[in-house]
Write a protein that binds this ligand. Sequence first.
Ligand SMILES: C[S@@+](CC[C@H](N)C(=O)[O-])C[C@H]1O[C@@H](n2cnc3c(N)ncnc32)[C@H](O)[C@@H]1O
Length: 324
Amino acid sequence: MMSICTLYNESCITGARKHLEENSVDLIITDPPYGIKGDTLHKHYNRNESCVVDGYVEIPEEEYGQFSIEWIKEAERILKPGSSIYIVSGYSNLYHILHALRHTSLIEINHIVWKYNFGVWTSRKYISSHYHILFYEKPGGRRTFNLESRFGAEEKSLEGGSLNYQDREDVWVINREYKPGQIKNKNELPVQLLTKMILYSSNEGDLVCDLFLGGGSTARTAVGLNRRAVGFEISPSIYSVRVPELMNLTPGFLLNEQRIPECSAPKRQRERWTSESRSDLLQRYKDLKGEGLKKGEIVERLMEDLGRGKWAIIKALKALEQDI
Ligand SMILES: C[S@@+](CC[C@H](N)C(=O)[O-])C[C@H]1O[C@@H](n2cnc3c(N)ncnc32)[C@H](O)[C@@H]1O
């Protein structure tokens, strides 16, 4: 098994082929170079660039299409069936990313718009202040989507609206982080944005991959939420400045900061097990094991399918141990 955080100073295309097996990753969150001379973007930003790490490797516009096809093919190969990928993209080269995705078996789940602050000031046109986030899945398995990971299904805002619904709308308003005086990367993704994707689309212990690490914000957030991280950054200077701190993170350091959702009680909580419901449980357990699911995944599926709590399922399975 891969360690908590494994980050390579290599191109993700050749690197993934070398280091990552087919069907080995539970979630990909990635933010590829934009192909719009991102290495000179600072000219448009009104900020002190002395804290921004140099060495951003950009892809020439004329190579962007082929480059996208190659890395997205790799992403498709390493994802487990049923796992998800989130790709952050500006609008300039969105066409190439969508085109590359259509050359794979990956299926679109949502096209999310992320609205951020600090758009680049313009005077003769509208100010661009959004990115696209393409949320896709690899078919062939049941996708993790933790419906109540942030807000319980019944939780209401002060105005009476559903908090769960609002959190799952496909326009996300999340500010970029303002980090005066701190070492940062060009276009670092905010922890809040990464936390949302990681909590909905993975479980603790899962392997989260970022093919374009930059400052390593995905790896940092994944470890902070007690997931494992793997990733690639081609630039030696970015890698050498940013990666050492990522190797000493305490797994789970972000968990205490997370809001605890008020989840609805399981539908059949406290209902007695009958001999029929026990044999149904046993059969379902065997079927799911036959599909190759791990014990934790089986318990989650059974909780959902049978409307019972985690401990009720675990206790009932223990009682059936000799038949399993
Ligand atoms: C948009 S930035 C990623 C920013 C990152 N999400 C963060 O929060 O810091 C894209 C990164 O991909 C790197 N890169 C470019 N080509 C690459 C390749 N073939 N393999 C791996 N990394 C690459 C660039 O050097 C840059 O750091």
